[in-house]
Ligand binder design. Structure first.
Ligand code: CP
Length: 307
């Protein structure tokens, strides 16, 4: 049976092209499973997984939990709020205490870039990064690629524009690595202040005109303005951002060919997308959420084979 080259999923940067292919092909099989009347398979029976979330989440957390339950794993959920972290316990002590209860895998979201890498080098369990600060969000990039492939087929040569707050986004970096490993042509587009200088070194196109980006691309993956991570003002006002970078249904309808509209969520409606764009036939935003369960099932299933 084919296996991943790694026993943790810390970032897309560490995955090979073959790993990505294997995860996406396995997810196709699990998508078929979760659309059956009986959505559950016994693949992870007797495996216990802890979802350890030090930051807020709706989609990723519920999606991992559903994926684990569909695979028949035992699941425990941990939130930093209401836990002994508030009494000063360290990350490593917290996780080692969870592991002492015979937990096999840790799914972790943390505000500090590198926190899952730190854990993975110190604990015996598999670690899956569910988003580490502004660094990586590997399962989001995998589900984004899965969703793009459902619409466009093989991504080699396809043009993907990632539009919005690139500076504070973990989704952007994971998507860039994932798309480039599949041969896609990637552009990042946003105000100069929201595109970090190191982007040029990653071999992506850089744009500042959202209409030009939409006219160029096959897929527009639009990112949220992350006000909670912005300690200083990166643009004069949300109104001005929306005026220059907001995407409306009319802008999509006026393109000379249809494009696919994506957003990892949560959406700031009326800021990066108008409601009529987010809810339009161009949008596959809820397909992304559905595919997240299948992709996370694939990741969990493949990593469990590495034990
Ligand atoms: N896309 C995403 O990570 O959403 P949540 O923050 O709700 O998990």
């Amino acid at each position: 049976m084919p296996q991943l080259s790694t026993r943790h999923l810390l970032g897309i940067k560490d995955l090979t092209q073959t790993d990505i292919q294997l995860i996406l092909e396995t997810a196709t099989q699990f998508k078929e499973v979760i659309n059956r009347p009986i959505k559950k398979v016994p693949s992870l029976r007797d495996i216990t997984i802890a979802n350890v979330f030090f930051e807020n989440s709706t989609r990723t957390r519920l999606s991992f939990e559903l994926a684990e339950k569909r695979l028949s794993a035992d699941v425990v959920n941990f939130s930093a709020s209401g836990s002994s972290v508030k009494k000063g316990e360290t990350l490593l002590d917290t996780v080692n205490n969870i592991l002492a209860m015979k937990v096999d895998m840790i799914v972790m979201r943390h505000s500090s870039p590198g926190a899952p890498h730190y854990l993975a080098s110190r604990i015996p369990a598999n670690v899956i990064n569910a988003g580490d600060g502004t660094h990586e969000h590997p399962t989001q990039a995998l589900l984004d690629s899965f969703s793009m492939r459902e619409k466009l087929g093989n991504l080699a040569g396809k043009r993907i524009a990632i539009i919005g707050d690139i500076t504070h986004s973990r989704v952007a970096l994971s998507n860039i690595f994932c798309l480039q490993k599949q041969g896609a042509d990637v552009m990042v587009c946003g105000p100069t202040t929201l595109i970090p200088k190191h982007m040029a070194a990653l071999g992506v196109r850089i744009g500042h005109d959202v209409r030009e980006a939409l006219a160029w691309c096959d897929v527009a993956n639009v990112l949220r303005i992350q006000l909670e991570r912005q300690q200083i003002k990166y643009f004069p006002s949300l109104r001005e951002y929306s005026l220059y970078y907001g995407i409306s249904r009319q802008m999509l309808d006026e393109l000379d060919r249809p494009i696919v509209l994506m957003h990892p969520g949560p959406i700031n409606r009326g800021v990066e997308l108008t409601s009529d764009a987010a809810d339009s036939p161009h949008s596959i935003i809820l397909d992304q959420v559905e595919n997240g369960v299948a992709v996370r099932m694939a990741v969990l299933y493949l990593l469990a084979q590495e034990k």
